[in-house]
Design a protein around this ligand. Structure first.
Ligand code: PLP
Length: 363
C-alpha cells in the first residue's frame, strides 16, 4: 500500500454532477471543468465519470490535456478555456478542440491551421466583462465577432465570459451578465452563450444561459458562502499512515527551528507527508490531522516529507494507524475549505496542490 493516498469517491462525483444538472435545468448544457488534473482528482477517471453522467462538454486549460483525453478515446466536445500560442493552433484544430479566443491574431492562426487541414476551427470567443484576464474587452467585441465571421475556416460555436466575483459580489456579477448580454445582442441565437462558474450557477440563475461551466462544485467543494444553498459531497480524501511514535519531554523543541515547545511530557506521531506532497508548510503549528476519529495538532514546522503531531498522553495511536488529512475519519472530518482558511487560501489551491505523483484510488 502507498504510504500516502488520495481516495476519490466516484458516487460523490456523480451526486455533485446531478446537483449541477438539477440547478441548470434540462435546457442548459453542462460543461464539466476538469482542468488541472480535474482539480487534483485525476483527469481521465473524472472525465469518464462526467461523460457517463451526461456532461455535454469537458473543459481543460491546456491543449496537452485535450490531447490526453482524445488519446484515451474521449469523443465529447472539448473546450480549452485557456489561451494558446499560434504554434499550437494546428494542435487545437487537429484535436477538434473548441478553442477560446480573445484576439484577431488568435483567430487568424486558427484559420490558417484549419485551412491547411481542410477543416474548420471551432472557437468560443471570450468577452472580458470585468475579469480583466483573457477575453476581448466588451467594447471591442463586435469588431472581433465580424472578423471571426469573415474567416472561412472559423466556426463560431460559442461566446462566453467569466465572472471574477460570483462568490463574493452578486450585484457586480449581475451587472457583468447584463454587459455580456448587451455585447452579444446582435449575434445569432444558434451560438452557445455561457458564463456561469460554480458560484454564479448557485448564486445567479440569470447567468445560466445556454451552458454552465462548473468546476469546484463537481468535486463537492462549496464556493464561499454557498454552504447552506446546496448539498454537495466532497469527493477527495487525503490519507497516510503513522510511521513512528516517540516520547517527548516537557520543554523539548520539535522540528526545524524549534518553533514548537512541548508543554508537558507527551507522545509525538510522525507522518510521512509534507509540503513536497502538497501538505502546505503554512500548516506548521496550525494544521490538524484525524487519527481514530480524533483530531491532533501539527507540532512544529511541516517538513518536505514529514509532519509531526502532538498526541498527548494515552492516545493509543500506533505505527500503521490511518491518518486523515482531508476527509472523514470516525465522527470527525476535515474539508479542503477548512484547511484553506487556515492559511488564507481557497479550497481550489488545497486540492490542486496535492502532488500529482500521489496515488489516486477510486471507489
Ligand atoms: C476554472 C474556470 C471555471 C470553473 O470555475 P469554478 O469556480 O471551479 O466553478 C469556469 N470557467 C472558466 C473560464 C474557468 O477558468
Amino acid at each position: 500500500m502507498d504510504l500516502i493516498r488520495a481516495e476519490i469517491d466516484i458516487s460523490a462525483l456523480r451526486h455533485n454532477f446531478r446537483q449541477v444538472r438539477k440547478l441548470a435545468g434540462r435546457e442548459t448544457l453542462v460543461c464539466a471543468v476538469i482542468k488541472d488534473n480535474a482539480y487534483g482528482h485525476g483527469l481521465l477517471p473524472v472525465a469518464a465519470v462526467m461523460a457517463d453522467e451526461g456532461a455535454d462538454f469537458l473543459a481543460v486549460a491546456d491543449l496537452s490535456d485535450a490531447g490526453t483525453l482524445r488519446n484515451a478515446g474521449f469523443k465529447l466536445p472539448l473546450i480549452n478555456l485557456s489561451g494558446f500560442l499560434p504554434t499550437q493552433a494546428a494542435d487545437a484544430v487537429n484535436l477538434n478542440v473548441s478553442q477560446s479566443v480573445s484576439s484577431a491574431e488568435e483567430l487568424l492562426a486558427l484559420d490558417r491551421a484549419a485551412k491547411k487541414q481542410k477543416k474548420c476551427a471551432l472557437v468560443h470567443i471570450e468577452v472580458d466583462c470585468g475579469m480583466g484576464r483573457l477575453g476581448i474587452p466588451a467594447p471591442e467585441f463586435s469588431a472581433l465577432f465580424e472578423k471571426a465571421k469573415s474567416l472561412k475556416h472559423i466556426f463560431i460555436e460559442g461566446i462566453f465570459t467569466h465572472f471574477p466575483s460570483a462568490d463574493t459580489d452578486i450585484a457586480a456579477t449581475k451587472k457583468q451578465a447584463v454587459l455580456f448580454s448587451e455585447s452579444v445582442r446582435q449575434c445569432p441565437a444558434n451560438i452557445i452563450y455561457h458564463s456561469a462558474n460554480s458560484a454564479a450557477l448557485i448564486n445567479c440563475p440569470e447567468t445560466r444561459m445556454d451552458m454552465v461551466r462548473p468546476g469546484l462544485m463537481l468535486y463537492g467543494l462549496h464556493p464561499a458562502g454557498t454552504e447552506k444553498k446546496i448539498k454537495l459531497k466532497p469527493a477527495l480524501s487525503l490519507k497516510t499512515s503513522v510511521i513512528m511514535i516517540k516520547k517527548a519531554k516537557k520543554g523539548d523543541r520539535v522540528s526545524y527551528n524549534g518553533t514548537y515547545r512541548v508543554k508537558k511530557d507527551t507522545e509525538l506521531a510522525a507522518l510521512p507527508i509534507g509540503y513536497g506532497d502538497g501538505f502546505s508548510r503554512l500548516l506548521s503549528n496550525s494544521g490538524e490531522v484525524i487519527i481514530k476519529g480524533k483530531r491532533y495538532p501539527v507540532a512544529g514546522r511541516v517538513c518536505m516529507d514529514l509532519t509531526l503531531l502532538d498526541l498527548g498522553t494515552n492516545s493509543r495511536v500506533r505505527p500503521g494507524d490511518e491518518a486523515t488529512l482531508i476527509g472523514k475519519n470516525g465522527r470527525e472530518s476535515i474539508t479542503a475549505s477548512e484547511i484553506a482558511s487556515k492559511y488564507k487560501t481557497i479550497p481550489y489551491e488545497v486540492v490542486c496542490g496535492i502532488n500529482n505523483g500521489i496515488k489516486r484510488i477510486y471507489f
